[in-house]
Ligand binder design. Sequence first.
Ligand SMILES: Cc1cc2nc3c(=O)[nH]c(=O)nc-3n(C[C@H](O)[C@H](O)[C@H](O)COP(=O)(O)O)c2cc1C
Length: 154
Amino acid sequence: MKTLIVYHSEHHMNTKTIANVIAPVLDALLVVSPNINTTDLREYDLIGFGSGIYYGKFHEELYTWVNSLPQQDGKKAFLFSTTGSKTNGERAHERFRSLLGEKGFYTIGDFSCLGFDTALSSDGINKGRPNANDLKDAERFAANLVEQIENNID
Ligand SMILES: Cc1cc2nc3c(=O)[nH]c(=O)nc-3n(C[C@H](O)[C@H](O)[C@H](O)COP(=O)(O)O)c2cc1C
């Protein structure tokens, strides 16, 4: 199984931390979003999209990239994020999932956890997140994806 993960992480590298845990489980190629110039996804079985949540959304670069892609025919995808607030994360996943759906992707999993956030105050919220438990959850999430694909569970 060949997996490509494209992610954007800029605030405290929280999403990068999660990407670095998920990628080895899936033996995935990990690419930072501004460096992605691939639009041909035919060689990949699974595409992962990861982002911090900024102003309620996955990073604009990921929108730009997805919009630049040709229409897919049920290509399997998964989403992951780190977020200041759980509710905002859920809303952002819904919006990005819907874009992926319009592009013909088929989303087989979502993962999100809290991430250290100093956007609104210098003290910040969610100190220490993602923590060891979040990383364990992320690893479990990735292992589940492998199982789903191998057993062809949709
Ligand atoms: C400019 C900016 C805007 C943000 N907007 C939101 C938001 O709308 N909702 C939210 O829950 N968190 C928001 N956050 C917090 C981030 O989602 C959180 O810190 C995340 O873990 C950052 O991921 P990163 O370290 O990978 O960039 C924002 C952070 C920044 C820097």
